[in-house]
Design a binder for this molecule. Sequence first.
Ligand code: SAM
Ligand code: SF4
Length: 312
Amino acid sequence: MKDACAREITYLRLSVTDLCDLRCRYCMPPQGVPKRPHDEICSVEELVEIVRQAAALGVRKVRLTGGEPLVRRGILDICRGIAALEGVEEICLTTNGTALSRLALPLREAGVDRLNVSLDTLRPDRFAHMTRVGRLEDVLSGLKAARTAGFTGTKLNVVLMKGFNEDEIPDFVNLTWREPLEVRFIELMPIGEGTREEFLPSSAVLEACPELEAVDVSGVARRYRVPGGRGLVGLIEPLSRCFCSGCDRIRVTADGRLKPCLHSEQELPLRGLSGLALRQALQEGIAAKPPRHHLAETGRSGAGRTMNQIGG
Ligand code: SAM
Ligand code: SF4
């Protein structure tokens, strides 16, 4: 289905929980978020029904996210349920990777096609500091388990932060020379705990690695390659290069609210609806999708929620 700006909406980002086992400083408050009563969060069946109706409207790609999707009880049932739906062509999952050693193979068997793993530093001490509670080795062994389980095309999401990981840009870029990985540098957004002081523009990547040659534009990313390298380097630039005109996505939060735009406070409740009524609510939301966000002008997201509550 097309929105009012004639953008074809084919991509649903579905948050399955707002809880997480890490506390990344730019995303979550130190104490995490309070655990909500079970019945405030969509059940497995509700989530699958939302995707069924979205697929009937033309959604072809679904990304499971959170919070941390792998802490959600029933995550494998959610994946299996979505994989069985007509119209869904691709299931992706964004994860911090800490539970992949245990879950990579079951996820693959449950129908997940591709993974994005978030990793902002390759240094154990920095990782522990940034995530407050995490261990880098868990993510590295998770990445290995994903390869062994047969996942290909895995992407590494790296949020660029001034004074934190700018000196590691060449290390991340070098990974793409050796491995068929796509490293995606993402500009820090002024949402949740993310602040403008730590913002580092994506141009820092091209300055640090002038050897990078332009390849193409794929979805929201401008992509580059190290000459002769096996992988790719992507730049996702919500502030430096607004990509709203090509936006093809909608989001649904773990408590069942449709967010047509990440940075708008506009939300439509979906809980309690099913079948045609749910499809109509989704249609209304798509029709009301704002033309663009206003991050650059206002300096702050209008989302009214943190990233872990929306599904990054
Ligand atoms: N827990 C999973 C993970 O970390 O991959 C999925 C949810 S997380 C909210 C999704 C993505 O949003 C991660 O790559 C994270 O780095 C990114 N993110 C969170 N807060 C952000 C912010 N303020 N600006 C840019 N990216 C952010
Ligand atoms: Fe958790 Fe992901 Fe947020 Fe880090 S970015 S605190 S891993 S939800």
